[in-house]
Design a protein around this ligand. Structure first.
Ligand code: SF4
Length: 338
């Protein structure tokens, strides 16, 4: 039995995720690609979820919105949005929460936007899905939203189709749709991965401004630790469905407490890159949920693994400053001994 440490509860808790587990049937059995995720989120807080593909980041986010691909399901835990447990909410009520109080921006706006409707019509539809306002009022609001997300000439742009926009403009439209109901929580799943670096910076600036103006909390899902460090107040590192480290960005970069975080940081290309010392790629692949290694799931790839790591799953150790690390040697590493 893994001891899951309680998350540090912020003064005003908007979202409180407790022991969240996601389950999928697999070959007559069940697998859990998310295993006991716990965290809290306060208004205006920006939380980064990082890790390699398959670590459970996106499934965690999708489960918050109850958008898991079938036959996946929330197997355990609570998702408390201002005290309301979304994991238990009847689907009719959840449909109002989804897109209303908790909204999602995906990675690829082209596949999320409908190519046969104008961008304005799609924002109007999003507004009217959550509010009973007239077509005229919704149209005015949509034009205003297009202006808020930085599209020039929003009244003219209203009638444009997605294919007439660049990738950055389409992502701005997706953000306009996501904030149209003034959500408490915005989940941004790799929102800038498909964009060039300049456009990426503009989209991140836009999100930063919206967080302050609207007091939203943001969960940024990314494989880019640098982006998470520049945008987020807190970073959670996921591996094999578990949160293996949680920290503010500066201490995480200065002294990672989990060897997986350390390995991710070592794999980043730095300004002082030395051609004679190539970037240290993490050996091997993340495990599939149906074939998790025994003990610590990271042990086959961990340079610090000892015999105990293969047989005993480490508990999450929470430090007095709120940092968390799920490694048998977290305390030693915090003391600089490992
Ligand atoms: Fe590595 Fe062992 Fe720590 Fe897992 S518990 S991260 S294998 S040292």
């Amino acid at each position: 039995m893994i001891e899951v440490a309680p998350p540090s509860v912020a003064q005003e808790t908007l979202l409180n995720v407790r022991d969240l587990a996601v389950e999928f049937p697999h070959q007559g059995g069940l697998v859990r690609p998310v295993r006991g995720a716990s965290f809290t989120l306060a208004p205006r807080q920006r939380l980064g979820l990082v890790g390699e593909s398959g670590s459970g980041k996106s499934l965690t986010a999708l489960s918050l919105m109850r958008l898991l691909p079938p036959p996946g399901r929330i197997a355990a835990g609570q998702v408390l949005l201002r005290g309301l447990d979304l994991a238990q909410l009847p689907e009719r009520q959840m449909a109002r929460v989804r897109g209303g109080r908790i909204a999602l921006i995906g990675q690829d706006p082209m596949s999320s936007l409908n190519p046969v409707h104008s961008v304005g019509e799609q924002i109007v539809e999003a507004i009217r899905a959550h509010e009973s306002v007239s077509q005229r009022v919704a149209r005015e609001r949509a034009v205003d939203l297009l202006g808020q997300v930085g599209l020039p000439n929003p009244a003219q742009r209203f009638d444009s189709y997605p294919h007439q926009f660049s990738g950055g403009m389409r992502q701005r439209v997706m953000i306009a749709m996501a904030i149209s109901a003034n959500p408490d929580v915005l989940i941004a799943d790799e929102p800038t991965t498909a964009l060039d670096v300049t456009t990426q910076a503009r989209i991140i600036d836009l999100l930063s401004g919206l967080v302050e103006e609207r007091e939203m909390a943001v969960i940024l899902i990314t494989h880019d630790l640098g982006l998470a460090a520049s945008f987020c107040d807190d970073i959670q590192v996921m591996y094999a469905g578990r949160i293996v480290e949680r920290s503010r960005p500066a201490p995480l970069f200065a002294q990672p407490l989990h060897p997986y975080t350390e390995a991710l940081l070592n794999a980043i290309c730095r300004l002082d890159f030395d051609v004679d010392e190539p970037i240290a790629a993490i050996p091997g692949q993340p495990p599939l949920p149906q074939s998790l290694p025994s003990g610590c799931a990271f042990h086959p790839r961990c340079p610090h693994a000892v015999a105990r790591c293969a047989s005993e799953e480490p508990a999450s150790h929470v430090f007095s400053d709120g940092r968390l690390a799920a490694c048998h040697f977290a305390e030693q590493r915090a003391g600089g001994a490992a």
